[in-house]
Ligand binder design. Sequence first.
Ligand code: ADP
Ligand code: MG
Length: 395
Amino acid sequence: MAVMSAVVELESIAGRYASEAIRHEEAGASDRAAASYQKAVDALAKLIQLFPENPINAIYKERCGTYRSKISALAGNQEHPVPEREGREAQPGQATRTATSGGEFDKMIIKEKPAVRWAEVIGHDDAKRALRESIVYPTRRPDLFTLGWPRGILLYGPPGCGKTLLAAASASEIQGDFINVDAASVMSRWLGEAEKNVSKIFGMARSGAANNNPAILLIDEVDSLLGDAQNENGGEVRVKNQFLTEMDGIISKGKNIQLYVMAATNKPWNLDWPFLRRFTKRIYIPLPSLEARESLFSLYISKIRSDHSINLKKLAMATEGYSASDIKDICQATQLQIIDEFFEKADLQKMGPGGGQPRNITVRDFEEVIARRKPSVNGEMLERYDRWTREFGAL
Ligand SMILES: Nc1ncnc2c1ncn2[C@@H]1O[C@H](COP(=O)(O)OP(=O)(O)O)[C@@H](O)[C@H]1O
Ligand SMILES: [Mg+2]
């Protein structure tokens, strides 16, 4: 498998630990569950530390908070009781029995008003236009849309290109609630009680969207909600049907509700027709173009001390096939290398804060890093996206 970018990789590591924690929790193994939650927190903390400017760090921080409160709950720590949990944790270890009720449920879901601006999402002009048309205009003038408007919007494409970012920017643009559900990490918890929780999520989103307040419900990694077609167990079929029923409920409410359901996936081919029929806007979020790569380099390089003569175009040309988050990683890796070099040469005795500076970064430094790392998406995958777009894409 190709090397994945650090952002995507750390995010998926955190997701895997969280699912593992949930499995341990369900099996009553509190200690192991707490250890796995801690690993999930560590991965997310690393992600935040590596990319302090990442606009979706607020989401990661919130997730860390969730996992941390689970760790203290698992340890029977009553020092910081969380209100929704009160009364349910009289005896330590009981949390496993109430896995999907009340407060636990709320903690798997992130609700906030994000502050990501369109301008922070580089490239994707067509996608931005399509999102404005399908989300911003109807919220401003619902009266003009006498035939209704699309409620289900699917963002698909290779990892690390801005799907989550675009969903957050859409919510921020309409100043609405943004409810972010990571289907991949919660699915294992949902088995058994999944349908009920799908209803709860939609219920929460509907109440967020009441009184003309718009809301966006993002189901990230939505393909995991539908399960594997070859290996469907009863639970997954029921979740899927519940999901479709909820979608129909929203669609039939017409202009009386300002709720938009966005779904994101790297694997659109795992979605079936009943699902696609309810997601009539299907927007491809491709790898960054040459121009977008140049802007990405410009963005990240503006934050590091570098040789001002750096030829951004040259770097953009050298990174065909790389994702936005690959480019971010390349810039970061290059900076780290220069910092390492600085520390190796520096006289640590003399070096207080502000003592000396690493040398300027040159195009050559970037080129060396680029030569060592492969893009995280391969040509075969890209062809698959193109084929799927020809068949099912709908802007
Ligand atoms: N188009 C983009 N413009 C600016 N930054 C981006 C873009 N795409 C990805 N990134 C960076 O990579 C990170 C991961 O992107 P994300 O939106 O989670 O990708 P996806 O959801 O498509 O996997 C973002 O937080 C952001 O820092
Ligand atoms: Mg994402």
